[in-house]
Design a protein around this ligand. Structure first.
Ligand code: BES
Ligand code: MN
Ligand code: ZN
Length: 496
């Protein structure tokens, strides 16, 4: 999909859809006022009749627009301009793009009004619009015979100062991030018969090859040699062999610190012998969203050539039921020697991450962020839209939450009080893999902390926000690609 910038007037742009943001304000101004003139007062009349309110993300398509070059106009509400944030602007753009991309072969022009560039900054407005154009035009229905969304033939961003290098950079950055988000979404949305440890690893290799990144995949034998007893136990009930993938981007100096982005990649979580009921299992293809996010983020960071050193680590297994499944009461020895009593085979993500985290530390990670669809408890605590953050290092956690604020994504830090660790005590091993009924997202994080050897670490529990249960006007259901933006921003901040 071609995204270009233009300072041409919307008046003369030939396209199938002209998207124009309208503020929730009684007076017409900027491009909307000019559009009203060109359309002979149509917009004023629509406001008067109450059909056009400018409320955030409300759409009003106009199909009959003589007097301008575009076939149709799509008015989209921006809400109160004084309260406009990046996240709200994105919601408006996503809603509009989803509407305009519901038919194949569309050419689209998006007017980015000065009021918006003033409110959120010119680069942010351009970047956000480009990302929305890419993400909003890809659906989760690639395997349907008739699709609901189609990448546009071309998207032209109409903005003041379109010729500037800053504008060009912002559009390119938004495009790259949008493509990375779509990569993450695509992998998560594909069914578990198509995405399993080997096929995920093959896809990661293809990404690495394309970008010239160093790639490493450990199979069963290598994982045994690495003593990854916790990860291997989860995998042992499956006919699909496990993989641990590392993909390395060296954008900084050789002696500069390395950021490890570690992802939980359970390509299907049946719960194992602690079997999930069907309603909970239906969406468990999403349990590799952490790994897909790590891959998406590293690909964007590399494509943007950020001057940082980043390694993405993906722990890829299937959690299945069979005669060879790991069992309740089993005592596993993790890679770092910690012994773990298994009390629930559905608390498998932490076992996978335990070994991958200690591997990342040994391979020289100076700071770590992990992403995991780890606990239903986190969804109970924070709802379906908010990522939970857990840390052993407040400065690094602030780095991540600040990046999320810039990126317009929602994160909330959870406490890590000492007493939560006691919930993990076992009579027969160093610890057990569940913490009991209450505070389950925190005890899970406390478990992970045992494997990062004191390195600055942030754990992001994305069980809620990584996967949406249904379509809404501003977002396709299924995988969301959440946290790709935040990770790119966090890496960019480290580079500064
Ligand atoms: N993959 C699940 C967590 C999950 C729940 C992800 C809902 C996405 C949506 C994880 O492996 C799991 O099953 N966690 C258990 C832990 C419990 C057994 C301690 C849970 O949350 O119930
Ligand atoms: Mn589970
Ligand atoms: Zn899981």
């Amino acid at each position: 999909m071609k995204i270009s910038l233009s300072s041409a007037s919307w008046h003369d742009v030939q396209c199938n859809w002209l998207i124009v943001g309208v503020a929730e304000s009684p007076e017409l101004s900027g491009p909307v006022e000019k559009l009203d003139l060109a359309l002979g007062g149509t917009i004023s009349r629509l406001i008067e009749s109450g059909d056009l309110t400018g409320k955030l993300a409300k759409l009003l398509p106009l199909h009959d627009v003589p007097g301008i070059s575009s076939d149709r106009v799509l008015l989209v509400g921006l809400g109160n301009i004084d309260g406009l944030t990046r996240a709200r602007f994105e919601k408006a753009m996503m809603t509009a793009v989803r509407k305009a991309s519901s038919k194949d072969g569309m050419t689209v022009a998006i007017c980015v009004p000065e009021a918006v560039t003033k409110a959120v900054g010119s680069a942010t407005a351009i970047e956000t619009t480009a990302t929305a154009a890419i993400v909003g035009s890809q659906g989760q229905d690639s395997l349907k015979s008739e699709q609901g969304h189609f990448p546009m033939v071309s998207v032209s961003l109409l903005v003041e100062g379109a010729e500037s290098q800053a504008a060009t950079d912002a559009a390119a950055r938004g495009t790259t991030i949008g493509e990375a988000i779509n990569l993450t979404r695509e992998l998560v949305n594909l069914p578990p018969e198509m995405i399993y440890p080997e096929s995920f690893a093959a896809r990661a290799r293809a990404v690495a090859d394309e970008l010239g990144l160093r790639f490493e995949a450990l199979g069963q034998d290598e994982l045994e040699a690495e003593r990854m007893g916790a990860l291997l136990a989860v995998s042992q009930g499956s006919t699909r062999p496990p993989r641990v993938v590392a993909i390395r981007y060296q954008g900084g100096a050789a002696d500069a610190p390395t950021l490890a982005i570690v992802g939980k990649g359970v390509t299907f979580d049946s719960g194992g012998l602690s079997l999930k009921p069907s309603e909970s299992m239906i969406t468990m293809k999403c349990d590799m969203a952490g790994a897909a996010t790590a891959l998406g983020a590293v690909s964007a960071i590399a494509r943007l050539k950020l001057p940082v050193n980043v390694v993405g680590y993906m722990g890829l297994v299937e959690n299945m039921v069979s005669g060879t499944s790991y069992k309740l009461g089993d005592i596993l020895t993790a890679r770092n020697g910690v012994t773990i009593e298994v009390q629930n085979t559905d608390a498998e993500g932490r076992l996978v991450l335990a070994d991958v985290l200690s591997y990342a530390v040994e391979k020289g990670a100076d700071r770590i962020v992990d992403l995991a669809t780890l606990t239903g408890a986190c969804v109970v605590a924070l709802g379906e839209e908010v990522t939970g953050a857990f840390t052993n290092n407040q400065d690094w956690c602030d780095g991540i939450t600040d990046a999320a604020a810039v990126a317009g994504e929602e994160i909330w830090q959870m406490p890590m009080f000492d007493h939560f660790e006691e919930l993990l005590k076992s009579d027969v091993a160093d610890c057990r893999n569940i913490g009991g009924r209450w505070g389950g997202a925190i005890s899970a994080a406390k478990f992970l902390e045992k494997f990062v050897e004191g390195k600055p670490w942030v754990h992001l529990d994305i069980a809620g926000p990584s996967f949406a249960s249904s379509n809404t006007p501003h977002r396709e259901g299924g995988a969301t690609g959440c946290m790709v933006r935040t990770l790119v921003e966090a890496a960019a901040a480290l580079a500064r």
